[in-house]
Design a protein around this ligand. Structure first.
Ligand code: PLP
Length: 358
């Protein structure tokens, strides 16, 4: 008898839905934490030259050593730490999950957090454990330590700052989590996707922990289109994940573009500074609107609570502004919207639209 998808596909995969991406044609796009700016003309010209010089007839450099050097210099990554590159940090999460998915193994994170932690756990057959944050989105350290002792997770992911809440967790609490996880032989990955917008990082401290790694991406920095993420840490971990990495996972155009961008890093940092200034301006304007509560952010987005998120979301769409309706994705996120910080003009349009939505 012929077997059908329903018989062949794992039930937990059949129960999933594909990652939803909203159609944003013709809209002010403030839903996905993209950098809204284009690059200066001289940067674009240099980038075009770098891409034209890429050898597209050849497979790309498998180890991408030159690109790693450029990343190391731009981001001040010490020589004592190794780098592994992924097709976005999403691929790195997947490599880590595949490598740690022994029968019964657990992947732990906080709730609400970046949805890919839970989704990739499911893809790879890891049991996902989500520990609820407090109502103010801070870490519930006793609950985390309890869960680590009870579940003994193979790997724990903590985004610093967190998405979708935007806050940095308490540094000392993260240190305790790393130590507790290490006590049970677990790895902790600090996901710094928003490092360019935050005032703190674990880069200087990651080497102090035998069981912690740091993950970054260039996506939120203005290069979401090229798909490049990085894992930073001790070689003893990275060599194992590297065995699962598909050969040539970082294509030649990405290597050329990212290399150029890292050697001309200043415009990217300037844009990040501008977005931080816009974040403050946007937060202040939102705070003045009756019926909006604005949560503090160290990222390039702001989470707000409104009276009726569905109503506000629809009102913004009617004004051709697309944000993320996070309401409904977790009880702690009831009636929240996640607003990516845009250009000054986009933020003005957002503020004006929200002023008339409550
Ligand atoms: C956006 C985001 C990522 C995804 O990064 P890519 O490199 O684009 O795959 C990872 N972690 C967090 C917390 C994010 O918000």
């Amino acid at each position: 008898m012929m077997r059908m998808a329903a018989d062949v596909i794992r039930p937990e995969i059949r129960a999933l839905s594909s990652y939803p991406v909203q159609n944003a044609a013709g809209m002010i796009k403030l839903d996905a934490m993209e950098n809204p700016f284009t690059f200066p003309a001289s940067f674009r010209a240099g980038l075009a030259g770098a891409l034209a010089g890429a050898s597209l007839n050849r497979y790309p450099s498998a180890a991408a050593e030159e690109l790693k050097c450029d990343l190391r210099q731009a981001m001040h990554i010490p020589d004592s730490l190794d780098i592994l590159l992924g097709n976005g940090s999403d691929e790195i999460i997947q490599l880590i999950a595949m490598a740690t998915a022994r029968p019964g193994a657990r992947l732990l994170s906080v709730e609400p957090a970046f949805v890919m932690f839970r989704m990739i756990a499911t893809f790879c057959g890891l049991h996902y454990i989500g520990v609820r944050l407090r109502a103010d989105f801070s870490l519930d350290l006793p609950a985390m330590l309890d869960a680590i002792q009870r579940e003994q997770p193979a790997v724990t992911f903590i985004a610093y700052p967190n998405n979708p809440t935007g806050n940095l967790f308490d540094r000392a609490a993260i240190g305790e989590i790393i130590s507790a996880a290490g006590h049970y032989g677990g790895l902790v990955v600090i996901d710094e996707a928003y490092f360019a917008f935050a005032r703190d990082t674990f880069l200087d401290q990651i080497a102090d922990y035998p069981n912690a790694l740091l993950m970054r991406t260039v996506s939120k920095l203005g290069l979401a289109g090229i798909r490049l993420g990085m894992l930073i840490g001790r070689a003893e971990w990275l060599v194992e994940f590297d065995k699962l990495r598909l050969p040539y996972n970082i294509n030649a155009l990405t290597q050329a573009a990212a290399g150029f961008a890292m050697r001309h890093y200043e415009p990217l940092l300037q844009q990040a500074e501008l977005l931080k200034a816009e974040r403050s301006r946007l937060a202040m304007a939102l705070d003045r609107i009756d019926g909006i509560r604005c949560f503090p952010s160290e990222a390039n987005f702001i989470l707000i609570r409104v009276a009726d998120a569905g109503h506000s979301f629809a009102h913004l769409v009617s004004r051709r502004i697309l944000v993320k309706n996070t309401s409904g994705s977790h009880p702690l996120l009831a009636n929240t919207l996640r607003l990516t910080v845009g250009t000054p003009a986009e933020n003005d349009a957002l503020i004006a639209a929200l002023q008339t939505s409550t």
